[in-house]
Design a protein around this ligand. Structure first.
Ligand SMILES: Nc1ncnc2c1ncn2[C@@H]1O[C@H](COP(=O)(O)OP(=O)(O)OP(=O)(O)O)[C@@H](O)[C@H]1O
Ligand SMILES: [Mg+2]
Length: 367
């Protein structure tokens, strides 16, 4: 098996009811890459994936796989395989037949099918489970059968639509490593859809962060976490503190922003101009008690011990500030109610144009 690259050139997708689910998008997924599309529910992830697999056509632009224009080529003729959000195995067929199912239609003999199924079951570490029925497997094992089945037709590109969403947390975390290992072993290009940033960060070579039909940023997990380019990317991936304000002055790639809590200096990668409405973002691990720059007077309101880490929550004039420190001898001996100066290094914070934010877990749970 070997992977192929996937290119989207100006691809937009408008449904027959007139709703544009994907705005014009340019994207290049490299051959053999584990590429994730990360975004909240309804942002257009499945719509993009279905266009790559051929179940719907782009309204504008074109999709190329291995350099070949896919216009007019149906799903079965594309070098892709799709694993759906809710996978379905055939309950009355043994595992090995489930895996080999797609091969029968291609006129491959039973003996060959059996061999191929065994090879793939070995690959997903289910070599001795071929005779069982799907109902005799665990959720994670069934998921691996689905992956083996998708790989049976030797796709160059495997499209995975939230394949772990039905599994419990422990299993999901275990399957991340398994999927990553299978991808590396086969060299097949994986395009993996998820709304779970932890999944995207742990498995992917690169990630596309998507919001409301727009790909806002493409980069490695490190790039997106440490150098977000939009307010949405900064707030969707990882925890972050935000201070709203207006750019006061700019110099040497940095900007000074006036906020309700004072003036703060941070990186200005998007080249914002004085006077513009800005959001300043700082990760909780970049905030420290008693830092000499960008100081904020704050009162400790909660202290959560997480073993190796200490999560501190402060209040500064009605703004909550999260601070994560390692729980070692250097950790400050703080008690709830203490007031002190927090701060952050200008290089560890970023000023971005004010924009749409990701909704927090609390907001989503309140729905
Ligand atoms: N057949 C359709 N006709 C009209 N609108 C649609 C259709 N299918 C999806 N949509 C809309 O397009 C948008 C994107 O849908 P899509 O299924 O791509 O989202 P998603 O990112 O995969 O979300 P989720 O994480 O919930 O699966 C949504 O607003 C959805 O309501
Ligand atoms: Mg979806």
């Amino acid at each position: 098996m070997h992977g192929k690259d996937v290119t989207l050139e100006g691809v937009s997708i408008t449904y027959p009811n007139g709703y544009t689910a994907v705005q014009p998008t340019d994207l290049k997924v490299e051959a053999g890459e584990f590429f994730s599309i990360l975004g909240p529910s309804g942002c257009g992830k499945t719509t993009i994936l279905r266009a790559v697999s051929g179940f719907n056509e782009p309204s504008t632009g074109r999709i190329l796989i291995g350099g070949e224009d896919m216009a007019g080529i149906g799903p079965n003729a594309r070098p892709t395989a799709l694993i759906f959000q809710n996978l379905a195995l055939f309950p009355l067929m043994p595992v090995w037949e489930n895996v080999a199912f797609g091969l029968e239609a291609r006129g491959i003999s039973k003996r060959k099918r059996r061999e191929k199924a065994q090879e793939l079951l070995d690959l997903v570490a289910l070599g001795d489970q071929g005779e069982k029925l799907p109902s005799e497997l665990s959720g994670g094992q069934r998921q691996r059968v689905a992956i083996a089945r998708a790989l049976a037709v030797e796709p160059a590109v495997l499209l995975l639509d939230e394949p772990l969403s039905a599994l419990d947390l422990k299993l999901r975390q275990h399957m991340r490593a398994e999927l990553r290992a299978i991808q590396k072993k086969t060299g097949v290009t994986f395009i993996y859809i998820t709304h779970d940033q932890g999944e995207a960060l742990t498995m992917s070579d690169r990630i596309a962060v998507m919001n409301k039909g727009v790909v806002e940023q493409v980069g490695t997990g490190d790039e997106i976490y440490s150098r977000p380019r939009t307010a949405f990317a900064a707030s969707f991936v990882g925890e972050v503190n935000r201070f709203d304000g207006r750019v006061e002055s700019v110099a040497n790639g940095q900007a000074v922003v006036t906020t309700a809590l004072g003036q703060f200096r941070a990186r200005n990668p998007e080249g914002m101009e004085p006077g513009s409405e800005a959001m300043l973002f700082v990760r909780p691990e970049a905030m420290a008690p008693l830092h000499s720059e960008n100081r904020i007077e704050a009162r400790l309101v909660r202290r959560d011990l997480e073993g190796a880490f200490l999560n501190l929550f402060f209040d500064a004039g009605g703004t909550e500030i999260a601070v994560h420190v390692t729980n070692d001898a250097k950790a400050p001996a703080l008690v709830v109610g203490d007031t002190l100066a927090l701060g952050f290094a200008p290089d560890a914070a970023v000023v971005l144009p004010a924009g749409a934010l990701a909704r927090t877990g609390q907001e989503l749970a309140a729905q």
